[in-house]
Design a protein around this ligand. Structure first.
Ligand SMILES: Cc1cc2nc3c(=O)[nH]c(=O)nc-3n(C[C@H](O)[C@H](O)[C@H](O)COP(=O)(O)O)c2cc1C
Length: 167
């Protein structure tokens, strides 16, 4: 049986929610990582993924400028990096200069990969769709990478950006 509830109450049932870190370079060539929970796979053939980015975020500028981005699946050990990249704006600071997070060059696009992530996906910008206060960016996967060591993925496990593994 169901009872009607406020959206704000009902949506709190969504956890755990996967966390990704998207990375795109700005006009100055500086890679800017942003933490995102609103993401999904949208096509299997060709493989495509989407991310929803708030219109006010600096990442709107970096992704529309470079027309490509990395989607990284952070490992459970990367919670501090995810919180830092998800609370500071690249409009004001160089996030990779201020938070020690190992990167590797991307192979097929002008971006970087996160070395300690579970997996990284290189995307070219396929389309963008306005959705309320966010823009959905659809990326076509042009290269994929997995960590050489087994690692658990990072999730938001509860409200207030409580991050951790699911088990
Ligand atoms: C766990 C977590 C999930 C987040 N999910 C999203 C999201 O799905 N979409 C979004 O626009 N911002 C999301 N944010 C907020 C952005 O990461 C944050 O505002 C960031 O500082 C924006 O950086 P930028 O201005 O460099 O783009 C999330 C933050 C955290 C910590």
């Amino acid at each position: 049986m169901q009872k009607q509830a406020e959206y704000s109450e009902a949506i709190r049932t969504k956890y755990p929610e996967q966390v990704v870190i998207a990375i795109a370079k700005d006009k100055a060539g500086r890679a800017n990582p942003v933490t995102l929970g609103w993401t999904m796979i949208v096509s299997g053939n060709p493989p495509m993924m989407s991310i929803a980015v708030a219109k006010k975020h600096y990442s709107i500028e970096t992704i529309t400028h470079s027309k490509c981005f990395t989607i990284s699946f952070p490992s459970a050990q990367m919670a501090d990096a995810a919180l830092f990249f998800g609370s500071k704006s690249g409009r004001n600071i160089d996030k990779f200069a201020e938070f020690d997070c190992k990167t590797e060059p991307a192979q097929a696009i002008d971006s970087v990969l996160l070395a300690d992530a579970v997996a990284n996906f290189e995307c070219t910008l396929e389309s963008q769709i306005p959705a309320g206060d966010h823009i959905i960016f659809v990326g076509k996967i042009v290269a994929s990478h997995i960590n050489t060591e087994p690692k658990k993925r990072l999730y938001t496990i509860g409200p207030g950006h409580k991050l951790g593994p699911t088990s």
